[in-house]
Design a protein around this ligand. Structure first.
Ligand code: PNS
Length: 160
């Protein structure tokens, strides 16, 4: 059974994340969305709120048979091992993501050589979307409805 972990901070979960998750669910037997804190970023949502929103997204896409969402702290390689997963999925929007992800994939693979990082290239229509910019637009009262689903839009509205 191919179990994959899709890690990220998902604050918030964008249409780009949603597309990567849907495509992953078609490739792997089981996908675990793993919400971790990126301590370099200011969060809008708590981990519990993100779990709830992403669960709603999973229901909405109709992939709950093989996708679930959890949070983790500590190293992603340790979380993956604890779930018997040996695949990390990373969405890559362009060269900036690639450079950073390549570094993480290399270090993760050195820490645990059994782990393979699989890069899924963002579809062009989602390649410019960034959670940080969605937050910035929302805080400045702009229209971010093209970048997130109605589920997440409602959630952001309840916060800001
Ligand atoms: O969506 P993000 O902000 O790029 O997510 C980053 C995250 C949380 C997936 C990443 O920082 C991570 O994997 N953190 C866990 C700590 C870890 O394993 N660090 C070593 C990576 S080489």
């Amino acid at each position: 059974m191919k179990i994959a972990v899709y890690p990220g901070s998902f604050d918030p979960f964008t249409l780009g994340h949603k597309d990567i998750l849907l495509r992953s669910s078609r490739i792997f037997d089981k996908v675990i969305v793993a919400i971790g804190e990126n301590h370099g970023k200011q969060n809008l949502f708590t981990i519990e709120e993100r779990i709830k929103d992403i669960s709603n997204e999973i229901n909405d896409i109709g992939i709950k048979d093989n996708v679930l969402v959890e949070s983790f702290s500590g190293l992603i390689v340790d979380f993956a091992r604890s779930k018997n997963a040996n695949i990390l999925i990373k969405g890559v929007r362009g060269p900036v993501d690639y450079d950073y992800e390549l570094q993480m994939a290399g270090m993760n693979s050195t820490m645990n050589p059994d782990i393979e990082t699989i890069f899924l290239i963002s579809r062009p229509e989602f390649s410019y979307i960034s959670s940080s910019l969605v937050k910035q637009i929302a805080l400045m009262k702009g229209d971010y409805s093209s970048f997130v689903s109605p589920i997440i839009e409602k959630s952001i509205k309840s916060k800001i």
